[in-house]
Design a protein around this ligand. Sequence first.
Ligand SMILES: [Zn+2]
Length: 195
Amino acid sequence: MEQLKCLICGMNINLKNYRLNENTFLEKNEEEHIINCPFCGVGKVYLDNNKALFKVESKELDEETLKVLDKAMKLEVFNGEFYKEASELAKNNEIKELFKELSSVEFMHARVHKMLGGFKEMPKLHKPDYTKYDSDDLLLEEARKREKHAIEFYNKNSKVVCSNVVKEVLKALSHVEKQHEIIAESRKEKTLEVT
Ligand SMILES: [Zn+2]
């Protein structure tokens, strides 16, 4: 397998990790055909060992862009925490695994925003009580809504940021969330068929 680096999250992809989080992808990585970053989920145009990472000097960013990155980081932590909780609440083992993997991808997105914005810490957010989502179907519906919201957030805010690097990262992550939305939707239909 060729050596690959993710230009968005900076992780190296190798034989040991290329199958991580594979439930979050519509099309899975194969040893000789790597199409997603297993850590942040971006597509293969962003995987290259010889190109420069998508990096910015946070001091070169305007206030509005920093605000967008701060909100994006919070949104991803909020969703990452929801998925972590959802993986504990879910009853079906495949859905538990899916939520666990989605949680890890969303936390990686938060790390990407943290690096771009030069923020010192991950935010500590108030954790809502998610026990009202007392079926896998309700959890998947909540997941779908959150992904839809994240896609809208990225699409809207990629137009206001001052840096092309940040713009490109927001677009790349929006595509990742689109896959999550489709997967949550299709798992929901599957659960409905079973019940
Ligand atoms: Zn990545």
